[in-house]
Design a protein around this ligand. Structure first.
Ligand code: SF4
Length: 661
């Protein structure tokens, strides 16, 4: 097992007198110091932890570890069985210029199996590998894997690891600002040449930066010490990199064009590695989803009054009237579909009441946007006028291919009206990337079913190879049981059924040592059923507003409870922050109970999405794609918290009779 320096996380290699020497900071450690597996999620998720600790980061290019006598870049002496198959399929897709959809369970070693063939192919063909991930922990894993790979190859690997500009900015003000305000703050500093981190790095430094394989925290730390803008230096260094590690948004949002232009590349020059790809559809959806409310418009009107902008105040009133008209005659909570032009006409009509000079929708939006700019330029962190204008502008954007955007309105019964647009199907936004990229691997342990992911990500069928790999963990280490006689279906919900489920949970908790985690379909059901649970184990509840630190505290508490021999009973939510993306190491959980199915409550959004998918992918798939599979994926994610290594053992209890159907 590879070991890493506890100070800088550089690769440790054998030194004199039984010590290990860090290739990056040169520090010596006794053998047996921290290994890859020693890092808790808290370390992974701690953004810019290195920079905050005030460590001095030096550039020390990591030299290739062999003379070329070893073939390939694979960083370990041996491949696991599933890993060998994975590497072979991916190498084939790289050679053919195809897209591999890889459904690969935890433990198979996906990162190394994806990066080694990709880097080898890219270096031989002049392509650039872009490793896309939404999680900070995966940035660490990718960097650590690449450091190991350098030890196996005869040439250096140039790597740049980036996150978004605001999170990389070393100025303390950047932490406080709303994102739009930050972009203005940064642009103004650059224009006035007043940013103390404005100087550029020369090509030698950029090369050393790439070859030092810095994690984004270290890149920020180095740039801070040398008065460089980390984001700018990262982008500059990325131009000559073999591998760029970055967020999905660099390729799956409107940033994509600018990124490619900056790299002076086309999609055909890029090999994409999409990590934890089950998160990609929702990320793309969230980029094209927004809402506008009467309460926001009232705040925009208050801004207009404060700035004596009578026209903007009048327009805000007109938009409020148009929204109220859309829900007129309906009862509270009734949702309705809205036509794009219906709102535009309504706003124009109300804006032009008692006016001689007619204004059109474009002028109305522009007036609100100008007010927003004034508010922000005077130092406010947020402007309602700006946000309202941004929503109204997006409302009339042409980007609604195949009717994949739905528009709805509802009253919340308290004089507020909520107008929304949301992307039902991300495929029109993703298809251009997958059509034009040289090759891609789209990988996750939860791509169920693969056909759905291929469809909703717009991956061309003729380029796509779909493969599922077996778990490397012994089957006999996991027991899956269905507890019959329970259900969270709406018709089965009652105090009696909640009490019965609580008694069953108590029984399970009392019969096993260690920690038990119960994941519910919603916070409401967690409170209602959890309220009846009486247990001798320490009861720990997930909170909807829980931040990263509270999550880490829960993790540490579970470790202590397990070590003390008493154990805890964790109550959380499927699709919540404790049932996805947390690595419960060292058999931290003995049992995971999945209470009920997290099917979305009936709503117009769900109905519209089912109809859209039926029209696009066929009658039989509509309900499954929009309703059933998203719930099943939450179940799979939650159940996947149990077994995290080949020595972990435990039980999954599916507490809903519908799992037996
Ligand atoms: S130029 Fe860079 S360092 Fe300066 S404000 Fe912008 S992001 Fe921050």
């Amino acid at each position: 097992m590879a070991s890493f320096c506890p100070k800088c996380r550089g690769l440790l290699i054998p030194g004199k007198s039984g010590t290990l020497v860090c290739v990056k900071c040169g520090g010596a450690e006794k053998r047996g110091s921290s290994s890859l597996g020693d890092f808790l999620p808290s370390d992974h998720d701690d953004k810019r932890a290195g920079a905050r600790r005030g460590e001095k980061i030096t550039l020390k290019p990591i030299r290739p570890g062999c003379d070329g006598s070893l073939s390939g870049y694979f960083p370990y002496p041996q491949m696991r069985e599933g890993q060998r198959e994975f590497v072979s399929d991916w190498s084939h897709s790289l050679g053919e210029g195809g897209i591999l959809l890889a459904y690969a369970p935890t433990g198979i070693g996906k990162t190394a199996a994806a990066l080694a063939p990709a880097v080898e192919y890219a270096k031989a063909s002049g392509k650039t590998v872009c490793f896309l991930t939404s999680k900070q922990s995966q940035h660490h894993v990718a960097i650590e894997t690449l450091r190991l790979m350098v030890g196996r190859c005869a040439k250096p690997i140039g790597v740049v690891d980036m996150i978004n500009k605001q999170d990389m900015c070393p100025l303390p003000e950047a932490r406080e600002l709303f994102s739009k305000r930050f972009l203005e703050f940064c642009a103004a500093r650059q224009k006035r040449r007043s940013c103390e981190f404005g100087s550029g790095a020369d090509s030698g430094v950029l090369k050393d930066m790439r070859e030092s394989l810095l994690h984004n925290e270290e890149l920020v730390g180095y740039c801070e010490d040398h008065l460089l803008c980390p984001h700018k230096a990262g982008l500059e260094a990325a131009k000559g990199a073999d591998v760029i590690i970055c967020d999905y948004n660099y390729f799956f949002s409107d940033l994509s064009e600018r990124m490619l232009e900056h790299l002076d590349k086309e999609l055909g020059d890029i090999v994409l590695v999409v990590d934890e790809a089950h998160n990609l559809p929702d990320r793309v959806r969230s980029n094209y989803t927004d809402r506008l409310t009467v309460n926001m418009l009232k705040e925009a009107k208050a801004e207009a009054n404060k700035h004596r902008d009578a026209a903007a105040a009048h327009h805000a009133d007109a938009v409020i009237d148009a929204l109220r008209e859309l829900v007129d005659g309906g009862s509270p909570q009734d949702e309705r579909s809205v036509g794009g032009i219906q709102l535009v006409r309504g706003i124009e009509r109300f804006s032009n009441v008692q006016r001689l000079d007619r204004v059109d929708y474009k002028e109305i939006v522009s007036r609100l946007a100008n007010l927003g700019d004034t508010v922000l330029s005077q130092g406010a962190d947020y402007s309602y006028s700006y946000e309202c204008a941004r929503f109204l502008q997006a409302w009339v954007n042409d980007e609604n291919p195949n009717g994949s955007v739905a528009r709805t309105v509802r009253s919340d019964g308290d004089e507020n009206v909520i107008l929304s647009y949301f992307l039902m199907d991300p495929s029109p936004m993703c298809a251009p990337v997958f059509r034009n990229v040289h090759s891609a691997i789209v990988m996750s342990g939860t791509l169920y079913p693969m056909e759905m992911y291929r469809d909703i990500l717009g991956i061309p069928k003729d380029r796509c190879l779909m493969r599922e790999y077996a778990s490397p963990f012994p089957k006999e280490n996991r027991l899956t049981l269905v507890a019959k006689g329970f259900s969270t279906a709406y018709k089965s919900r009652s105090e009696e059924s909640y009490r019965a489920m609580a008694v069953e949970i108590q029984r399970i908790a009392a019969s096993v040592p260690g920690n038990v985690a119960c994941f519910f379909p919603s916070y409401k059901l967690m409170e209602e059923i959890g309220g009846f649970v009486d247990t001798s184990k320490k009861l720990i509840r997930e909170d909807r507003s829980m931040g990263k630190e509270q999550k880490q505290a829960i993790y540490r508490e579970l470790v202590e409870l397990k070590n003390s021999g008493s154990g805890g009973l964790l109550l959380g939510v499927q699709g919540g922050s404790l049932s996805e993306g947390v690595d419960y190491k060292d058999n931290l959980l003995s049992v995971v109970v999945i209470v009920g199915l997290p099917l979305a409550p009936p709503s117009l959004d769900v109905e519209l999405t089912i109809n859209h998918f039926e029209r696009t992918y066929g009658k039989a798939k509509g309900k499954d794609y929009a309703y059933v599979y998203p719930a099943m994926n939450k179940v799979l994610q939650a159940a996947g918290r149990l077994i995290r290594s080949e020595t972990d053992r435990g039980v999954i209890v599916l507490m809903d009779e519908r799992f037996a159907w």
